[in-house]
Ligand binder design. Structure first.
Ligand SMILES: [Zn+2]
Ligand SMILES: [Zn+2]
Ligand SMILES: [Zn+2]
Length: 486
């Protein structure tokens, strides 16, 4: 919270730079990325007759049903990606190719034809696992595969054979994805505007000492704060009123006029603006924004191994236009600008606004997922930094685990969608008017991405894709009952 507040106090274009450079450890105190996942192993239970098997309380329906759920869930993970046309408001799942499961991507259940018949009976799934803080994130693509293709590249380069590059890896746009990029950016604007409005109606709290976020009035009572001196507080969170940045966690990237041009160095980092990573991805995929110009090539980039042998020369970046319009645009695409903006009035029709916002969220995620299949986005394996473009950057601002061993350099690897749009899981409240979740009843609660939870509490229908993790068919018992069940 502290960081959010400081960063939000000056106007966006200047504070983007401040936020990424004012201290040598920009990420340490940042709320960004640290997953808000506390309970590592969710229990599955109903309040009625349940049997206790291992760490799971199985549904009254019996072990068979539970087994089917497990295998179904496994199947869901391995279902290949769908076309965007099929996605509509329910979101597709992991953007991995079959058999390639991302260890820490949020499991968003996919709607395969095989799974569809179970849609009417929501399945309960485990809550997202807690990721160890003091460990590098897993590689989205297994490291041996990366190394193997690097070896092949090197061999071909030694033989003088140019690397075969298809758009957009050769700097040309992918024409089919230009409309996707436009639609994603439009939905991104709708999402930000809608969230800002809904937050005048739905209360959000953030812990001052840790990344925990809570959608509901006055914070929850689960004592799982991991912030500094949490022992003194018996791990109670210190709740303060949250903002849009606690719901839609800001992930920014440098805007590049030419992603294939000069690499950003630590010393030249101030020459580049920081904008939301989603927006930068849309620009690189074809969206034209006069305030963020982008080099469009007609002649492909050529590479020999890792070396660019023809990029059409370096072109000087045109001065971006700084008109009134440019500033207006910023307040549409940037959550920081929303915080600095004028008074936001509540939506005229809350339920409609919630539906529209949730739909926009799904469209943004499925759009980004599509774009990321072709356009390269890199993420640091140690911190929350994201880079849109083929090679990462060299700004030495990594403040995460063991950064002193890397001279502050980020460790670039391919990004997953959850690094570009962190799901930011929060407890799902079946009855926002009821008592807040407490430690004793923790395992009866499900979770949902904060954006989804805000929209659902504002009256939006729950999308099927999020039902299993929200544990909708579990009745939360009274505290006394819970003891008996346990
Ligand atoms: Zn540091
Ligand atoms: Zn806390
Ligand atoms: Zn880093």
């Amino acid at each position: 919270m502290a960081v959010t507040a400081i960063v939000a106090s000056s106007f966006p274009s200047s504070q983007h730079l401040i936020s990424s450079s004012s201290s040598s450890c920009p990420h340490r105190a940042s709320k960004v990325r640290t997953p808000l996942l506390q309970s590592s192993r969710g229990s599955i239970a109903t309040s009625s007759s349940s049997s206790f098997v291992g760490e799971k309380l199985f549904l009254a329906g019996g072990v068979n049903q539970s087994r089917r759920e497990c295998s179904l869930w496994r199947n869901l993970i391995f279902v290949p990606p769908k076309a965007v046309s099929e996605l509509d408001d329910s979101e597709a799942c992991l953007d991995s190719t079959p058999g390639e499961v991302f260890g820490y991507a949020s499991p968003e259940p996919r709607h395969s034809s095989a799974a569809r018949k179970y849609d009417r009976h929501p399945q309960n799934v485990d809550l997202p696992p807690v990721l160890p803080k003091k460990k590098k994130k897993p590689y989205p693509i297994p490291i041996h595969k990366v190394q193997r293709s690097a070896r092949i590249d090197k061999k071909l380069a030694q033989m003088g054979v140019e690397k075969h590059l298809e758009p957009p890896k050769n700097g040309l746009l992918v024409p089919e994805l230009i409309p996707v990029a436009y639609q994603t950016l439009e939905s991104w604007k709708v999402l930000i505007e809608g969230l800002a409005q809904l937050l005048t109606v739905v209360p959000v709290y953030g812990c001052r000492e840790c990344p925990e976020v809570y959608v509901g009035s006055a914070g929850h009572l689960i004592q799982d704060c991991s912030g500094p001196q949490n022992v003194k507080r018996r791990s109670r969170h210190v709740w303060v009123r949250g903002t849009i940045n606690d719901v839609l966690i800001p992930i920014e990237a440098y805007h590049l006029f030419d992603p294939f041009g000069h690499r950003i160095k630590h010393e030249t980092r101030f020459n580049y603006e920081r904008i939301p990573a989603v927006v930068e991805l849309c620009i690189q995929a074809g969206v034209e924004l006069p305030q963020y110009p982008s080099r469009r090539r007609s002649i492909p980039v050529r590479m020999l191994g890792k070396k660019v042998i023809d990029r059409g020369g370096f072109v000087e970046e045109p001065k971006p236009c700084r008109s009134q319009d440019a500033m207006a645009l910023l307040s549409e695409i940037d959550t920081y600008a929303v915080l600095n903006g004028q008074f936001i009035s509540p939506p005229a029709d809350t339920r409609k606004a919630a539906e529209r916002t949730l739909k926009a969220y799904s469209t943004v995620r499925s759009g980004v997922r599509q774009l990321m299949k072709k356009y390269t986005v890199k993420a640091c394996g140690y911190c929350s930094e994201v880079h849109v473009g083929p090679w990462g950057h060299n700004a030495k601002l990594c403040g995460a685990f063991k950064h002193q061993w890397r001279d502050g350099k980020h460790g670039w690897q391919d990004a997953t969608i959850d690094e570009v749009i962190p799901p930011n899981f929060v407890w799902h409240l079946k009855d926002p008017q009821g008592p807040p979740p407490s430690g004793a009843l923790k395992r009866f609660y499900g979770k949902a991405p904060a954006v989804v939870e805000v929209c659902v509490q504002a009256g939006a229908e729950i999308p099927d894709a999020y039902r299993p993790m929200m544990r909708l068919d579990i009745v939360v018992p009274e505290a006394e009952e819970a003891r008996l069940v346990a």
